[in-house]
Design a protein around this ligand. Structure first.
Ligand SMILES: [Zn+2]
Length: 257
């Protein structure tokens, strides 16, 4: 599909669709309506209700494709834990499964928006922290986003937290906190600097997002459902849309002098 075709104005398409509908109506007998057509057929008359194809060039245009605001963006998604490392657990609920479900949902959403998406894992496999970091530094995506689920002794605590290490990462972490908390109607607890393996020495803007507490009963009920996992993914997709929309946002590995 050429750029020209992709950019075919939506307004023209709407006009064409309206014109086609109008044409269909003009083909009806003057006394006919769409709802009365079956009665006419039953009476033995066979009115031609099929709209004829409009041979004009405008009518032959295909429907415009969905916009691709993340075209040319590369995102590396990191589903926390996996394989022999379940992360935090509550009964049969395991952090590694929730993070993977969110990442796979987010991956699909970002691809639909035009991004190229890499993952540190897309199955239930064990991946060392160093390998996750190495993948980021070897492939130099625009950004690195790690997804985790929180746990704490007090079951009363809930909310969203994000982490960053390098000053260069803070804008991404701050935006992740505000967007995810707002979209999920959760408390934005903090965006803190912290020495975490996948953030420390990561050459690209990187953040780790704690999307909720498995130890909080209300949040736990949500976290284990597909619909809420998709909502988290949508919130993270919104984060990246806003991040990349800002021309001042940092991206990729620093240029080597
Ligand atoms: Zn974790």
């Amino acid at each position: 599909m050429s750029r020209k075709t992709r950019g075919f104005p939506l307004s023209l398409f709407k006009i064409s669709a309206r014109a086609a509908f109008g044409l269909a109506l003009t083909l009806l007998p003057s006394s006919a309506s769409l709802s009365s057509a079956p009665c006419q057929a039953a009476a033995g008359r066979q009115p031609d209700l099929k709209p004829r194809l409009d041979p004009s060039p405008a009518a032959q245009q295909v429907a415009p494709q969905a916009p691709r605001p993340l075209a040319n963006r590369v995102v590396l998604l990191d589903a926390g834990h996996g394989g022999t490392d379940p992360g935090t657990m509550w009964g049969n609920y395991k952090e590694k499964n929730i993070t993977l479900a969110v990442v796979l949902s987010l991956k699909a959403k970002l691809i639909a928006l035009g991004a190229r998406v890499e993952t540190t894992r897309d199955t239930d496999t064990t991946v060392a922290l160093q390998d996750r970091l190495d993948k980021s530094n070897q492939t130099c995506p625009d950004v690195f986003v790690s997804v985790h689920v929180n746990a704490v002794k007090s079951s009363a605590i809930n909310g969203i937290e994000t982490y960053w290490y390098d000053q260069r990462d803070q804008a991404l972490a701050d935006l992740s906190l505000s967007t995810v908390a707002t979209n999920l109607k959760e408390t934005p607890k903090w965006s803190h600097q912290r020495t975490l393996k996948v953030l420390h020495d990561n050459n690209v803007p990187a953040t780790l997002v704690e999307v909720g507490y498995l130890t909080n009963a209300r949040t736990r009920k949500l976290l284990v459902t597909k619909s809420y996992q998709d909502r988290i993914a949508s919130a993270l997709a919104d984060t990246l849309l806003a991040y990349f929309k800002n021309p001042n946002s940092e991206r990729g590995c620093p240029l080597v002098a």
